[in-house]
Design a protein around this ligand. Structure first.
Ligand SMILES: C=C(O[C@@H]1C=C(C(=O)O)C=C[C@H]1O)C(=O)O
Length: 255
């Protein structure tokens, strides 16, 4: 949804709702084993295309979704933004809440590398069941959800700037990344995020059994995705990358 009336509260609500999406997407991806050929350059051998099956599916999906107008939304960022076809659908008048410099910020390359190289091996079990296309489709859902959340840092930064322009302006003029990072960091909020996403992984990823009351279920070690892995995803990657987007945005906020 779009932030028309932008407040730190509404922006944080959106981030909390996006946690649900991210946790569910990861649970869905964890149904499949690692299926490493889907990420292997030499496996796919599609005529006229050199790259992994995942890259093939993401590129084709983005072309299709671009024609359907997905990337007209300032909350959406393509993984392969070069040479995307234009939208074929009537334009929607998205409110212009961000500084135009926001358009130049896209850290999907980092998100892609983080997801494929660090994250997947943490929560996908070793193994190969040949379901490469379904697995890659599930990866797209994860990648798009993570990208949307992380780039939402642009909106977070805009609202923080509007709430306290006099605090931010000197650091922006000095192009002082460390000072900006300090200004926009709320450790207590980060700690709540860490605990809440682990709890969501427990609630969404438990076995639902009609014969036992929830209190009787000993879920220890039986979650579909390890809750500590979800916390780690947020603490080590999602929150730092969201803050990186915030800093990058603020550096250009007075351009
Ligand atoms: C997103 C925010 O900015 C920072 C990044 C956070 C995150 O990515 O979840 C949380 C707290 C802040 O340190 C926020 O303040 O809500």
């Amino acid at each position: 949804e779009l932030v028309c009336d932008l407040t730190l509260d509404s922006v944080r609500k959106s981030l909390i709702r996006q946690e649900d999406t991210i946790v569910f997407c990861i649970i869905e991806r964890a149904k499949y084993p690692l299926n490493s050929p889907a990420y292997n350059q030499s496996y796919a051998s599609i005529p006229g295309f050199s790259g992994s099956l995942l890259e093939y599916i993401v590129r084709q999906t983005e072309k299709l979704q671009a024609t359907a107008g997905r990337y007209e939304n300032p909350e959406e960022h393509a993984f392969f933004p070069d040479n995307l076809p234009s939208s074929l659908v009537p334009p929607w008048n998205y409110p212009q809440v961000l500084h135009p410099a926001a358009n130049s910020i896209n850290i999907n390359k980092m998100i892609w590398d983080m997801y494929c190289n660090q994250l997947l091996p943490l929560f996908a079990n070793e193994g190969d069941d040949g379901n490469y296309a379904s697995t890659a489709t599930s990866d797209i859902d994860c990648l798009q959800a993570l990208s949307r959340r992380i780039h939402y840092g642009k909106f977070v930064a805009e609202v923080k700037f509007r709430d306290a322009p006099h605090d931010y302006e000197p650091a922006i003029r000095a192009q002082d990344k460390d000072a900006l990072m300090k200004l926009l960091t709320f450790e207590n909020v980060e700690e709540m995020v860490r605990r809440r996403v682990a709890k969501k992984a427990m609630v969404f990823g438990q076995e639902v059994n009609l014969n036992l009351s929830n209190d009787d279920v000993d879920c220890q070690g039986k979650y579909k995705v390890d809750p500590s892995v979800v916390s780690r995803l947020y603490v080590d990657w999602v929150m730092p990358l969201t803050k990186l987007v915030q800093v990058e945005y603020l550096l250009r906020r007075l351009d």
